[in-house]
Each structure stands twice: as C-alpha cells, then as structure tokens.
Design a binder for this molecule. Structure first.
Ligand code: PBG
Length: 336
C-alpha cells in the first residue's frame, strides 16, 4: 500500500518506544567506538603534559606522555587518531616540520598497524602570526601558491615518516592535488588523503587555538581572522563546490567542520558526493557540553552521545571527537 493511502491516525507509536529492547531494535543510527577518531596534540619544548581548558581528557602532550596516552587509548578500544604537531619555534616562512615527523615515526615504530594515524597538515602552529599560511610583506593577505608549496612539503614529510593519512586543514586552493602529487611522486600512493573540504569560518574553534597555539595575532591592517580562506557560515554552496573540487583533486575522505551547527551541510553533501564523510565535532562544541555538565545542566555522557548520534544520522561514517577515548565507556553507560 502506498504511504499516502495509509491512515496513521489512532495508531500507537509508543508501543515501539516502551522498552529498551524495542528501541534498540528499531534504531537505524547506531554508534560504535570503531567510528571515532581521537585528536592528539604533541607539543615541543614543554616540561610536562598540560590540560586544555574545556577539553576534559585531552592534553598538550610531550613526546613521552603522548606514547603513554596512546597506549591507554588502545586499551579503551580507540585505534584511530588525528595528530596535531606543535613546533617550539615559530617562523614566517622556511618552516621546520621535523618535530611532527619525529612524533609520527615514534608512534608508528611503537604501535605499527595496531593503529591508524592521520596527521593534520597546516601551518598555523608553525607561523609566528598564527595564520594558516604565508603572508605577503604587508601582512594583510595569505599567499596561496607559496603556502600550498609548504603544505605539500609538510605532507610529504609526514607521509614519509609513516602517517597512514594526511589531512590538510588550511583551506588554500589546490592543496589537495599538490599534496597528492607530492606523495605519489615519492612512491607513497597508499597514503590516504582526508580533506577538510567543508571547513567553515567558525567561532567554535576557541579551545583548539589554545591547545595548538595557533590563534591569529594580527594587529592594525594585518589579517586578524581566517575569513579570507575558510568558508562563510551563510554560504553552503561554497562548501559543496569546495568538496566537489577536493574530491576531483584526489581526496579519499571529505569532511564537514564544525559538526552540530552544520548538520544541514553534512546531510546535503554526504548525499550528493558518495565518498566517505568525516565530521569534526570541534573543540567549542565539545567544551560546550562539558561546561553545561560542570554546571549540572545536562547529563554529560548522555548529551555527548546524543550529539554524536546527530552527526552519524546526518551522514558521517566517522566522527573526530575529543571524547573518542571515552566513547566505548559512554556508549555502554548511556542506556537505551
Ligand atoms: C587549523 C585547525 C583548526 C582546527 C583544526 N585544524 C582551527 C582553526 O582553523 O583555527 C579546529 C579544531 C577544533 O576546534 O577542535 N588549521
């Protein structure tokens, strides 16, 4: 019978909601620790690991504490990671990516194929001004070609060090093709490329910029934010076109970022482009739930699980979340 011929009036929908067993069986969006990616921060030149305001359980790690943390994460069932390297010396150009590369080598030497290591590729933790690329002499513009060249050099160094996946988050034009060419040219055609293809100019990145030491520091006429390269929140078609382009340039995985404020984009784009979709539940989204929980306003675990469910329902097969290392525990504890 056609849907519009059925009369739904008077029908009980509550019968299927009455027990956890019926609810579990009728659910079509299910979460599992397998789909989570945990961000990691490796910071050069700090004496001990440092907590990050708002991001409970995530640290700015030293090379040693990072390996210990990953060991614990593997025990908690987390096998996928996204590494952010934060070098000690900041520059305007001529960057040194060796600190991050050394962390990749150390992680792969210790854990090998027991884990999947994606590495963020951007310049914002390396630049003295905090922008994601190389500035013109006046400091009011990010130069695309010069930046892409450095990004490809970074990605190649990370792939050579053993990264399973390189993930450009800078939003320059043409970086996906440049990175794919550089990595393939070195015989590393098995390295995955995850593009932050639909990355919006968001205010929800606040806690991250403390963690990655990457807030824009521009003064006067210099560039003060990332509006000239990240996508405008009111322009979803830009996200679609950028994602189509990155798919064509060779991205294996596309991404929407942030997550909850952009569920419509995630749903539309993941239906439109049949590649694997990641979503990044960014620092401000995660911290928002943590702060509400601290004030006793929400049940912490249940609120996180509900947010993750929304991200999966909208079309993401993988979720990058600061709560990944708690996912197995929280998913088990939040009752059906
Ligand atoms: C940097 C980068 C950012 C994030 C990941 N890579 C922030 C930014 O654009 O400033 C955000 C992650 C988060 O907020 O959790 N290119």
């Amino acid at each position: 019978m056609a849907l519009d011929q059925l009369s739904w009036q008077g029908r009980s929908f509550r019968r299927m909601r009455q027990s956890p067993w019926a609810r579990e069986l009728s659910r079509t969006t299910r979460l599992s620790v397998e789909q989570f990616i945990q961000p990691l921060f490796a910071v050069e030149g700090i004496a001990g690991r440092e907590a990050i305001p708002g991001l409970t359980g995530t640290y700015r790690d030293t090379p040693d504490s990072l390996l210990r943390q990953i060991e614990q994460d593997l025990e908690a069932g987390v096998r996928k990671f996204l590494l952010f390297g934060v070098p000690g010396s900041k520059k305007a150009h001529g960057f040194d990516f060796s600190f991050t590369a050394a962390q990749i080598s150390a992680i792969k030497k210790r854990f090998g194929q027991d884990l999947f290591l994606a590495v963020d590729v951007c310049l914002c933790s390396s630049t003295d001004h905090g922008q994601c690329g190389i500035l013109n002499p006046e400091g009011d513009h990010v130069q695309n070609a010069a930046t892409v060249k450095e990004l490809a050099r970074a990605a190649l160094e990370y792939a050579r060090a053993g990264a399973d996946c390189v993930a450009p988050s800078d939003m320059m034009d043409g970086r996906v093709r440049a990175i794919r060419d550089a990595v393939d040219g070195a015989g590393l055609e098995r390295t995955l490329l995850m593009s932050y293809s639909a990355k919006f100019h968001s205010r929800f990145y606040g806690p991250f910029r403390v963690a990655a030491d990457s807030a824009p520091k521009g003064q006067g006429s210099q560039l003060k934010d990332r509006a000239t390269y990240q996508i405008d929140p009111g322009r979803p078609k830009d996200a679609l076109l950028s994602s189509l382009r990155d798919a064509e340039e060779g991205a294996d995985i596309l991404m929407v970022k942030p997550g909850m404020p952009y569920l419509d984009v995630l749903q539309d784009l993941s239906r439109e482009i049949p590649l694997p979709w990641a979503v990044y539940e960014v620092s401000g989204e995660f911290a928002g739930v943590e702060l509400m929980a601290e004030k006793g306003l929400v049940n912490r675990e249940a609120a996180h699980v509900e947010a993750w469910t929304a991200l999966a329902r909208a079309g993401a097969s993988m979720i990058i979340s600061y709560g990944s290392r708690f996912a197995r525990d929280w998913l088990e504890r939040v009752s059906s």
